[in-house]
Design a protein around this ligand. Structure first.
Ligand code: GLY
Length: 428
């Protein structure tokens, strides 16, 4: 079959690469993709904006695309699935209504409350006075979230009440995130270990993918401001078999059943951000797509034909399928521009991209070609993924490969996977 991947980041490069090596796939198109996608055998970039649904649908028809898979949240929240459904084109993504699990945090909170899904207690308001009163009552630490999509920047984990008040005021009166911040969700702080739990859903049945954990803060030791993710690894040992069973029983099952019974069955990738306290998992957030950078290490371990599974999900037939991952561990290290997650410059030539190494792969995100040279073109520029028999080997493979790549101002964390390494070193 022919597959179209919508998006241009590291996650989309990993999806395109994964589809291109599947035996059911002949040709992969990526709209608009990046130079890394274009460099893969059997993959072609097509210069179409992910929000231009009519041009995407036309491409699907002219190139006889059998399956479209959507990477980022924006086109999902804008209704790409609903648009493709009108033309009977197979699009593996949730509908706009199902996508509210990510595009509206207040919807997700109310949904979890209606369906008894464990999560932090929350107060939802559009009024700064109410928000201030609640923050003063509760005290810090406390979490302030913009209701809508804010490119990963709409969450403040406030350590002090004044930080929380400043975040709420920024959203409610200064329109820091435009309409996305016109409603705020103020949540209890949850103290535990985070994990990412992603699954494929056909609306009724699910296939869980390998667990993973990302590292959102910019600096080693999980210090500094949050980013889109500075690295991720898979599997995440915090999701042990006990936690896994609880996630499936207390979170996944009621989520999928709840969405179906409320008239918005969920088909697509569902990413559940978890906080694990002891061995009790709670939902931090839903994302209606694969995580980035989680997709890169998880897909490096994928042994199944992902295109067949996405197609089966669209036909409502996941019950008869299974999904397999290599036993190896994968560590993905993000190489980022100097200044990210704040202001950064682009256009720096990148050296060392061609040095192949066994057990490592470089996925592009913020890159572009300039006069035959690959240059930086974003905050998160590359994700280097290493595979190994255990987390330490995988870390070594990733960092060995990353050490050969250079540009002016390149930054990366040096401790991706540290929690899994610490667990490995724990007695017993
Ligand atoms: N890594 C977090 C996300 O994709 O939103």
């Amino acid at each position: 079959m022919n597959v179209l991947v919508v998006g241009s980041g590291g996650r989309e490069h990993a999806l395109a690469w994964c589809f291109a090596k599947a035996s059911s796939v002949e040709q992969v198109f990526v709209a608009p993709g990046n130079p890394g996608c274009q460099g893969e055998h059997g993959v072609s970039n097509v210069e179409i904006d992910p929000s231009d649904f009519s041009a995407l649908a036309k491409l699907v028809q002219t190139e006889r695309v059998d399956l479209t898979v959507v990477g980022p949240e924006q086109p999902i929240s804008e209704g790409i699935r609903d648009y493709f459904d009108r033309f009977d084109l197979a699009c593996f993504a949730p509908t706009k209504a199902a996508g509210r699990l990510e595009s509206s945090k207040s919807f997700a909170k109310d949904f979890m409350s209606r369906n008894n899904i464990p999560t932090a207690g929350a107060f939802i308001t559009q009024d700064l006075e109410e928000a201030s009163e609640f923050i003063h009552q509760k005290g810090a630490p406390i979490v302030v979230k913009a209701d809508g999509l804010a490119a990963g920047k709409g969450v403040t984990v406030a350590r002090t009440t004044s930080e929380a008040l400043e975040a709420a005021a920024g959203m409610l009166t200064e329109a820091r995130f435009g309409d996305a911040g016109a409603t705020v969700v103020i949540e209890d702080f949850m103290d535990g270990e985070e994990a990412s739990f992603t699954l494929l859903s056909d609306g009724v049945d699910v296939l869980p993918l390998a667990s993973s954990q990302d590292h959102k803060p910019i600096f080693d030791g999980d210090k500094g401001p949050n980013t889109g993710g500075m690295g991720a690894y898979s599997p995440a040992p915090v999701v042990c078999s006990r936690v896994y069973e609880k996630v499936m029983h207390k979170i996944v099952k009621p989520t999928i059943q709840g969405m179906a019974s409320e008239g918005s069955p969920f088909q697509g990738f569902l990413y559940i951000g978890l906080m694990v306290v002891g061995d009790e998992p709670r939902v931090v957030e839903y994302n209606c797509r694969f995580g980035d950078p989680e997709a890169q290490p998880v897909l490096m371990r994928m042994k199944s034909d992902l295109a067949l599974l996405c197609s089966a999900a669209l036909e409502g037939g996941l019950r008869n399928h299974q999904i397999d991952f290599a036993n190896e561990c994968a560590v993905g290290v993000v190489l980022a521009s100097e200044g990210y997650p704040n202001k950064y410059d682009v256009g720096f030539p990148i050296a060392g991209l061609d040095d192949e190494m066994p057990n490592a792969k470089v996925f592009h995100a913020g890159t572009r070609n300039l006069n035959g040279q690959t240059v930086t073109n974003g905050g998160r520029v590359l994700t280097v993924v290493g595979l190994g028999d255990d987390i330490v080997d995988a870390q070594k493979a990733a960092y060995d490969r990353a050490s050969n790549i250079k540009w002016d101002g390149m930054q990366m964390r040096s401790d991706i996977g540290h929690r899994a390494v610490e667990r490995l070193n724990q007695p017993g």
